[in-house]
Design a protein around this ligand. Structure first.
Ligand code: TYD
Length: 208
């Protein structure tokens, strides 16, 4: 379904430890200082119901979840997120920047958990009402490096083995190759400043 919202929808994707939250913050700051209306958000958990879903999805006390259950909970979080945060922002013409979106489900629950990525895409498409990003930024990093980059204890997904994270990475890259005009893949090991300059230029070119 084509999207006709007046704003610009940007999704950040990538594996663990790629520095997405830093880059989301820098991009938002730069766009705001240029006078733009910017909404930053994330999945899972940026709505009241989403926060409760996030605890289930990422908390170790949940234990093992059937991959289909996990997929549907991420989709439920997404439905609520799009309806109450993303759509309203885009409808008023804002730049909406989300830290993770549909491709995370396709890569983690599809390639990672080895469900059919096409099924996951279809569920997410329904959950989001067919809202796809105008631009998806993939911050690409070798998981052998990314998984060493954070200090907090690993959550349920981070604690998966390296091979899981390698499948996730490969799938993000495969998605970007399928639709190159809607993706920007950036090497997350470049300097923070270099990455943020590249991203700002890419977003501004879509706003002008
Ligand atoms: P989080 O701590 O929010 O952020 P990040 O890892 O991006 O710094 O973790 C979210 C986790 O949820 C992450 O391991 C990826 C995973 N995830 C999925 O498996 N499927 C999804 O659809 C989404 C949105 C996230």
């Amino acid at each position: 379904m084509p999207d006709s919202a007046p704003g610009l929808f940007v999704a950040f994707e990538g594996g663990e430890g790629a520095g997405k939250s830093t880059q989301v913050r820098l991009l938002s700051k730069a766009l705001k200082s240029g006078g733009r209306d910017v909404v930053t958000t994330h999945e899972p958990g940026d709505t009241p119901v989403g926060k409760r879903l996030r605890e289930i999805l990422l908390g170790h006390e949940t234990g093992a979840l059937d991959p289909r259950t996990e997929s549907l909970l991420y989709a439920a979080d997404r439905a609520e997120h799009v309806a109450s945060v993303v759509r309203p922002a885009l409808d008023r013409g804002a730049v909406c920047i989300t830290d993770r979106y549909i491709d995370s489900s396709i890569a983690y629950q599809g390639a990672g958990r080895t469900l059919d990525p096409a099924d996951i895409a279809r569920i997410s498409e329904w959950a989001s009402g067919g809202l796809w990003p105008d631009l998806t930024i993939v911050l690409d990093i070798d998981p052998a490096v990314g998984l060493t980059r954070f200090s907090a204890p690993a959550d349920r997904l981070e604690a998966e083995p390296l091979a899981f994270h390698q499948r996730v990475r490969e799938h993000f890259l495969a998605l970007s190759r399928q639709n190159p005009h809607r993706y920007l893949v950036v090497d997350a090991t470049d300097s923070v400043d270099a990455v943020s300059a590249t991203l700002l230029a890419a977003v501004e070119s879509r706003l002008s």
